[in-house]
Write a protein that binds this ligand. Structure first.
Ligand code: ZN
Length: 342
């Protein structure tokens, strides 16, 4: 595997990094939608984060790289082995990051009948797709707004349920597909339907830095990395290690983070002030705030956590207001300032 640009060395992009960290700690926040210009390192952050995560233990030979310890989320084959009392062998593998290429067919995504085996052996075998490969990792979609709506729908459904169900061509297969969905979009390439937009948990906007020092720093670090990947990575090892520890601790600590009534009330007030549809906004806001609290090792969700995650959790859920043509980020910031005080 080639050396990955260190997560901590990414200049700026704080909100994107935070959103991916939150999704890594609690995948139930839903996917992350990253909007921004080409060349802003949207996929770099995802790859860097996955590379930084501890390797995961997986059953050898399992096509979904099931966790040998977690029987609940195991595939049928692994469950059968366990029932039969067969000792399974496992190994450590990196957390997968699977790219969903533009123009990928549904077959390629969900898996399909293995035609070769069907023809040569007359066996109805299932050939797993990209969702199988993404299990327990990340699924990255470049230019999600160019993907067919039904495919986006399907991906969001699977990401939410953690299971891929294939019922066609005489096949009936279900297998675990728990992954963090990260979709990137270029605003110039057309819009996502609002119904799809608000099914993503978090949305962030990334921009090429416009201030001189940041731009210089981006180029300097990239240059250093490309000249000496090993040396550069070594330099950032400590910082990456700190982030890795916060993720691991956050994951184990999140169930103990308290969500006081006051935080629920704040979240509801904020969503009411912004007129977001349904309860999804509030739920995501609370979950994201709790994941952030867990990352920080805090005991309970506070106003500070809510304030920080409000823009990524809510900005893509605002209805167009004909009387207010301010951008959605500005509207969220304004509502936060009014409710929480500046
Ligand atoms: Zn398995």
């Amino acid at each position: 595997m080639s050396v990955q640009f260190p997560f901590s060395a990414i200049v700026g992009q704080d909100e994107m990094k935070l959103a991916i960290l939150i999704a890594a700690v609690d995948p139930s926040v839903g996917g992350v939608l990253v909007f921004g210009d080409r060349g802003t390192g949207k996929s770099t952050a995802v790859r860097a984060l996955a590379a930084m995560l501890p390797k995961m233990r997986a059953v050898i030979g399992c096509r979904y790289h099931c966790d040998p310890e977690a029987s609940g989320s195991a595939c049928e084959d692994c469950k059968a082995l366990k029932l039969a009392g067969t000792a399974v062998k496992s190994h450590l593998i990196p957390v997968p990051v699977v790219d969903l290429p533009l123009g990928a067919t549904e077959d390629r995504v969900v898996g399909a009948l293995d035609l070769e085996r069907a023809l040569s052996q007359g066996v109805k075998a299932y050939e797993p797709g990209l969702l199988a490969r993404a299990n327990r990792g990340f699924l990255y979609i470049d230019e999600v707004n160019l993907l067919e709506d039904h495919l986006v729908d399907l991906l969001i459904d699977v990401a939410a349920s953690g299971e891929n169900v294939v019922e066609r061509e005489g096949l009936s297969v279900r297998h675990p597909a728990r992954f963090v969905l990260v979709g990137s979009g270029n605003p110039e390439e057309g819009e996502l339907r609002p119904q799809l937009l608000d099914r993503f948990g978090l949305s962030v906007e990334v921009k090429t830095p416009t201030d001189l020092p940041s731009r210089i720093e981006v180029v300097r670090r990239r240059d250093q990395f490309e000249r000496d990947p090993a040396g550069f990575t070594e330099k950032w090892k400590k910082e990456d290690e700190r982030v890795r520890r916060s993720i691991v601790k956050g994951k184990s600590h999140i169930s103990e983070v308290a969500v006081p009534d006051a935080a629920l009330e704040r979240a509801a007030q904020l969503c009411m002030a912004l007129g977001t549809d349904g309860l999804r906004g509030e739920l995501t806001l609370i979950r994201a705030a709790r994941a952030l609290a867990a990352l920080q090792g805090a005991a309970a969700v506070t106003d500070e956590h809510l304030k920080r995650v409000a823009p990524p959790a809510l900005r893509h859920r605002l209805r167009r207001n004909p009387l207010d043509d301010a951008g959605s980020t500005v509207r969220v910031d304004r509502a936060v300032a009014e409710l929480f005080g500046a």
